[in-house]
Design a protein around this ligand. Structure first.
Ligand code: M6P
Ligand code: ZN
Length: 192
């Protein structure tokens, strides 16, 4: 029996802000500094202000099968050393769950990989709708000069597993190359 009512939120397309106000997560550089390859550049950046790297606006929905989590993410432009601002990245705790990203603003690259070593990436720009299949870890990188704003939709019971990415790291990075953003293989061993 239905025990919930339909509802609607409004996304400000330029900023990604959702109203009425929803859960708001702010990730500052101090929270995620270890994800960047140039640790010295990260420490150097932290001697000044502690910049906001990205924000997530999460519409609260029960974490249950059948539900659809949905949120906006806003990755602010910038870099740590030669590496663009990016999200922590995660697998879904329930691995067999997919996700869709609809880009509203900005330019970016969606990095993906599987536990058995496959890698992929997709360019994001306004209007692109990217499909992250089940079992693929995902991390989003802002390669432009404006905020990268996108909507994410995923199963209610998917959950976030950050531990695996933190332990293993991502096999690909996006760095500033002479001709623009470059996707490069992570140097050295996969585990660190
Ligand atoms: C997208 C979705 C969210 C995720 C957010 C930030 O909006 O995938 O589920 O939380 O990006 O990414 P992360 O959780 O890896 O920091
Ligand atoms: Zn996800």
């Amino acid at each position: 029996m239905p025990d919930e009512n339909p509802f609607q939120t409004l996304i400000e397309l330029k900023t990604g802000v959702i109203s009425p106000p929803v859960d708001h997560v702010i990730r500052r550089l101090s929270d995620i500094k270890t994800i960047f390859r140039d640790r010295d550049a990260a420490e150097q950046a932290l001697t000044g202000e502690d910049p906001t790297v990205y924000e997530v606006y999460n519409v609260p929905v029960p974490e249950e099968t059948g539900q659809l989590q949905h949120c906006t993410s806003v990755i602010h432009p910038g870099a740590v050393g030669d590496e663009y601002h990016m999200t922590k990245g995660h697998y879904h705790a329930r691995r067999a769950t997919a996700e869709i990203y609809l880009c509203l603003r900005g330019e970016g690259i969606l990095l993906m990989e599987t536990e058995d070593g496959r890698t992929a990436h997709l360019r994001m720009s306004p209007g692109t709708m990217s499909y992250i299949p089940p079992f693929w870890a995902h991390r989003t990188v802002n390669t432009g000069n404006a905020p990268l704003v996108f909507v994410g939709v995923y199963p209610g019971n998917a959950g976030h597993d950050y531990g695996s990415v933190a332990r293993i790291g991502f096999r690909q990075r996006v760095i500033k190359g002479p001709d623009g953003p470059q996707v490069v293989a992570e140097e050295g061993a996969v585990r660190r």
